[in-house]
Ligand binder design. Structure first.
Ligand code: PEP
Ligand code: CO
Length: 448
C-alpha cells in the first residue's frame, strides 16, 4: 500500500495547467530520454531525505539554522573541481561563523547538483530584431543567442542528471573525508579572500572555536565526536516536471523525488491549481515554496494546508522574497495567516530575488546593503511576531566574481563588466558571502 495523497500519481500533474512549459520539436525523443532517466539509479536516498526533513523540523522549532545557497543557474561548464570545491569552502566558512555566532547547528543545503532549469518572465528574447526562445537553463537549451542553441534538446536532461551525479560524488567524498574537518580549516581558505578586509575577523572566530574544542577535548580526554564529517544536502527548483517525474521513485510505501533532497516550487508556478503544486503534493520530500509579494496571506494559508494536510514536521519551508522595501508591509500578515492554520513551517528569507535591479552599466545586480537590509528586517519581524527566522537562502559562488555591488571589498558598478559570469541572476562572491554570514550573526546577537 502506498501512503500517497488521494488521486495523486507521479504524472497526475499532466492534467493540471502547466506554467513555464517547454516545447520540444521531437516528443518521441523526449519520451525515450525520460524512459532512460526513469531507469537510472537515484541521485539521493530516502534515508537522507528523511534526515533532512527531521533536521528541518528542528529548524522550525528554532533549534537549528538553515543555510541554503548556490548558483541561480548552474551551468554544465561549471562541473569542475575548482568551482565545486570553492563553493564548498565558502559554505564551510559561512557555517562555522553561523554555528559559532548563533550557537546552534547549521543545516547546509546547496542550490547545486540539479539547479539547471530556470523560469523566465518572458518566453522569448529579442536582440537586434531577432527573436528566439529565452534561455531556460542548461537542462533545456543553451545560453548562446543562436537559433540552434536556444532550441530545447531532450538530451540535455541526461547531461543534467550526469553532471548532478558527478557534483554529488565529489561533495559527498569531501564531506566524508578530512577536507571538511574543522582542524583542516586552512584547506577552506580561498586565495583571493585572504586580501579581504574581513578575513582577520573570520580567522579570530576560527581561533576561538578551536580553543573551545581543545578545551572540551582536554577536559573530556577524548576527541569531540563527529567533527570530521559534514553533511551537505541538495536542492533545486522543481520546474521541469517531466524530469522530476522521471526521478520519482517508491520506497517504504512513500513516493520520493530522488533527484534532490529539497525540491522547491518557484514563485511563478506556485498556485493551488498549478501542475507544479499538484506534483509536489504527493512526494514525501521536504519541499520549499518561494513566497513573493503577489501571494496573498489567504492563498499562502491554502497552499500550506494543501501541501501538508497532516502537518508533517519539517515538510514545508517558506522562502520569502519580498524585497527590502516590501518585507515590513507583507511579512507580518503572512506569518499571521500561517499561524492561523496551526501548522509548523520553516521560515527562510531569500533576500536576493526581491532586490534585483539594473546597474548603470546595464547588468542585473543587487546591492549588499539591500540584501543585508532585508535579512535584518526578517530577523526583527519574526522576533516581534513571536515567530522564528529559521534560515537564509542566498545566490552565491566561491569564485571571485563581481555581480553584486557593495560589501567591505567595495565592488562598484564599474567592476561588473570585468568579472560577471552568472547567466541569470547576480551572486554574492566568496568575500561577500562570508561577510554576509558575519553581519547576520551580528544582527542576530543584537536582536536577542
Ligand atoms: C530563483 O530562485 O532563482 C528564482 C527564480 O526565484 P523566484 O521563484 O523566487 O523568483
Ligand atoms: Co535567481
Amino acid at each position: 500500500m502506498e501512503f500517497t495523497q488521494a488521486g495523486w500519481h507521479p504524472g497526475s500533474w499532466r492534467s493540471k495547467s502547466l506554467m513555464q512549459p517547454v516545447a520540444y520539436a521531437d516528443p518521441a525523443l523526449l519520451r525515450a530520454v525520460l524512459a532512460r532517466l526513469a531507469a537510472m539509479p537515484p541521485l539521493v536516498t530516502p534515508t537522507e531525505v528523511e534526515t533532512l526533513r527531521m533536521q528541518l523540523a528542528e529548524v522550525a522549532a528554532g533549534k537549528r539554522f538553515l543555510l541554503q545557497g548556490g548558483d541561480c543557474a548552474e551551468r554544465f561548464e561549471d562541473c569542475r573541481e575548482s568551482i565545486i570545491k570553492n563553493r564548498l569552502k565558502v559554505f564551510l566558512q559561512m557555517s562555522v561563523v553561523l554555528v559559532y555566532g548563533l550557537q546552534m547547528p547549521v543545516v547546509r543545503v546547496g542550490r547545486f547538483a540539479g539547479q539547471y532549469a530556470k523560469p523566465r518572465s518572458a518566453p522569448t528574447e529579442t536582440r537586434g530584431g531577432v527573436t528566439l526562445s529565452a534561455y531556460l537553463g542548461d537542462s533545456i537549451n543553451g545560453h548562446a543567442f543562436t537559433a540552434q542553441s536556444r532550441e530545447p534538446d531532450p538530451n540535455r536532461l541526461v547531461t543534467a542528471y550526469t553532471s548532478s551525479a558527478i557534483i554529488l560524488n565529489l561533495v559527498r567524498a569531501l564531506g566524508e573525508g578530512g577536507f571538511a574537518n574543522l582542524y583542516n580549516v586552512e584547506n577552506w581558505n580561498l586565495d583571493f579572500a585572504e586580501q579581504s578586509p574581513l578575513f582577520g575577523e573570520y580567522k579570530a572566530i576560527i581561533a576561538r572555536m578551536r580553543d573551545a574544542l581543545r578545551f572540551a577535548e582536554t577536559v573530556s580526554q577524548q576527541p569531540v565526536a563527529g567533527l570530521g564529517r559534514v553533511d551537505f544536502f541538495t536542492s533545486h527548483e522543481a520546474l521541469h516536471l517531466p524530469y522530476e517525474e522521471a526521478m520519482t521513485r517508491s520506497s517504504t510505501h512513500h513516493m520520493y523525488n530522488l533527484s534532490t533532497h529539497l525540491p522547491w516550487i518557484g514563485k511563478r508556478t506556485l498556485q493551488l491549481e498549478s501542475a507544479h503544486v499538484e506534483y509536489m503534493r504527493g512526494i514525501r520530500n521536504p519541499i520549499g515554496m518561494k513566497v513573493g509579494p503577489e501571494l496573498s496571506p489567504s492563498a499562502l494559508a491554502s497552499l500550506v494546508r494543501h501541501l501538508n494536510p497532516d502537518d508533517t514536521p519539517g515538510r514545508l519551508t517558506l522562502i520569502t522574497r519580498l524585497g527590502v522595501d516590501g518585507i515590513a508591509e507583507r511579512l507580518p500578515s503572512l506569518i499571521a495567516a500561517v499561524r492561523a492554520t496551526g501548522h509548523q513551517v520553516v521560515w527562510c528569507c531569500d533576500p536576493m530575488h526581491g532586490n534585483t535591479e539594473t546597474a548603470e552599466c546595464g547588468y542585473k545586480t543587487r546591492r549588499f546593503d539591500n540584501i543585508l537590509g532585508e535579512l535584518a528586517q526578517a530577523l526583527d519581524i519574526h522576533a516581534s511576531e513571536g515567530s522564528v527566522l529559521g534560515g537564509m537562502h542566498l545566490e552565491l559562488t566561491g569564485e571571485n566574481v563581481a555581480e553584486c555591488i557593495g560589501g567591505a571589498s567595495g565592488i562598484s558598478d564599474k567592476d561588473l563588466p570585468h568579472a560577471y559570469r552568472s547567466s541569470v541572476d547576480p551572486r554574492l562572491n566568496a568575500d561577500q558571502s562570508l561577510e554576509m554570514a558575519i553581519q547576520v550573526v551580528g544582527k542576530y546577537a543584537t536582536g536577542r
